[in-house]
Design a protein around this ligand. Structure first.
Ligand SMILES: [Zn+2]
Length: 462
């Protein structure tokens, strides 16, 4: 079974078959509104679309944050206390913390809900978290993505070539500090209308109350975002992704307050919780971890500048020092040895890089960046066969990314498996737009190999 292409193909085939069906009417599961749409997805179809696309987002945003206790604590709130009591209890809901300092929260159609470490570290109260996540659940409950432009985009996301929308792969194989593909950029296409945002703010209130939290704290999140927006004018960019999907203005604060006043009069006597007893301990851990990741982010910027030729190689020493400092705080976090591997590669020390990658993979076998990079380093060290398990893992972890397919082509060539190399380069081209560096490299090898295989085909008659 070729597991590498399954999720993409499945999503694409499903989307295609749905496009071929007749157009009709869709119903908003929250308020019963009907509207024109191509075809209404069943919960299980929509769930499958979300599941097939979610791994790409996880991989693009740094993988899952390695704190299982926090993950299950927050998942209990988001999934058990809110999503399963929401207007769409039967979706295959799933909540995950993404290990990036970017400040964002989003939900994919089908019930895949995400919050970033960077945003968690900035929250004050548990009620604020509940409202924020309730808002994201609201977009899914209302099927906002299936309306108008969102509909075309949903299918575009699943059918389209990643990287087409937001530029190209960098010339550097592994830009450490920036996202490699346009997945993050595609989030901007999940942007919702003002009306939809207001509706989701209201669901945030409803769902926070379902879970027993005081929804009035939801307004704090907008104050936080407005503050971060002002800072972002002074060069902070971690919030750009969020601002591109969530139109912000102060009327959303008054909107929440008015909705609560009208629908939940006497709310102060309901005994709603602002923060439960475990919250401050849990969040304290994320904030402490964020300090370690501030070192990581600074190191990543330095390495990126060296990769681009904008900083001298001596900056790598500072990057290494910062990574080691962060690693001391967070010894179980795989991104730090992965960062050290980038440092060693920038120094052209491949064996030293490999040792760091071994340590990163043993800490987190599902960290895409460590898997694909170790595969590449193994190939460069002349061990193509040893690269195969890493490349397969990388394909499973980030199905839309062309990079592991390109390296599989190189490994297959090195192992003399020309048919396998051709398949791998073809799979590379399916995942990247024309004009990019990776497209050119795969096309070039494909032309050479097809020439070679037709020559051997002619000669194989004897
Ligand atoms: Zn929203």
């Amino acid at each position: 079974m070729n597991t590498s292409t399954d999720p993409i193909l499945r999503g694409a085939l499903l989307a295609l078959s749905l496009l071929l069906l007749t157009t009709g009417c869709c119903t908003d599961p929250v308020n019963g509104d009907t509207y024109f749409c191509l075809n209404e997805l069943s919960d299980s179809e929509e769930g499958e679309l979300g599941q097939s696309y979610a791994p790409n987002f996880v991989a693009e945003f740094g993988g899952e944050y390695p704190d299982p206790e926090l993950q299950s604590y927050l998942s209990e709130i988001v999934i058990d206390q809110m999503a399963r009591k929401s207007h769409r209890p039967n979706l295959p809901w799933r909540f995950r913390i993404l290990n990036t300092s970017q400040i964002n929260a989003f939900a994919l159609p089908g019930g895949q809900v995400f919050v970033t470490r960077g945003l968690l570290a900035r929250l004050e109260t548990e009620a604020q978290f509940a409202h924020l996540m309730g808002h994201e659940l609201g977009h899914v409950s209302h099927k906002h993505s299936s309306r108008g432009q969102g509909r075309a985009i949903l299918f575009g996301l699943l059918l389209g070539v990643v990287g087409e929308l937001e530029g190209e792969l960098s010339d550097s194989d592994f830009p450490i500090a920036t996202t490699t593909l346009g997945i993050a950029g595609q989030l901007t296409l999940l942007r919702f209308s003002r009306q939809q945002e207001l509706e989701s703010d209201e669901r945030g209130v409803d769902y926070a109350i379902l879970a027993g939290f005081d929804p009035r704290r939801g307004a704090d999140t907008f104050r936080l975002f407005l503050e971060l927006k002002q800072q972002s004018g002074k060069g902070e960019s971690m919030i750009d992704g969020l601002l591109s999907t969530h139109p912000l203005d102060s009327t959303r604060i008054s909107g929440i307050e008015e909705y609560i006043e009208e629908n939940y009069p006497g709310i102060s006597s309901r005994g709603l919780v602002v923060s439960g007893s475990r919250w401050s301990g849990m969040l304290g851990r994320v904030r402490a971890a964020q300090e370690g990741y501030d070192e990581y982010d600074a190191a990543a910027r330095l390495i990126g500048e060296v990769q681009q030729g904008n900083a001298s190689v001596s900056s790598l020493d500072e990057a290494e020092a910062r990574l080691r400092k962060g690693m001391k705080k967070l010894p179980g976090h795989a991104p730090f040895p992965l960062g050290l591997a980038f440092v060693e590669l920038a120094r052209d020390k491949k064996s030293a890089a490999l040792r760091q990658l071994d340590s990163a993979v043993s800490l987190d076998p599902d960290l895409y960046g460590a898997r694909v990079l170790r595969g590449k380093v193994q190939i460069d060290l002349g061990r193509a066969r040893a690269a195969l398990p890493d490349l397969e893992a990388a394909m499973r972890l980030f199905p839309a990314n062309p990079q592991p397919h390109l390296y599989l082509g190189q490994a297959s060539e090195a192992l003399g498996d020309l048919a396998g190399a051709i398949r791998a380069y073809e799979a590379t081209l399916e995942r990247v737009s024309e004009g990019s560096d990776i497209h050119a490299r795969a096309s070039e090898r494909l032309a050479v190999l097809r020439g070679a295989s037709s020559a051997t085909g002619a000669a194989s008659n004897f």
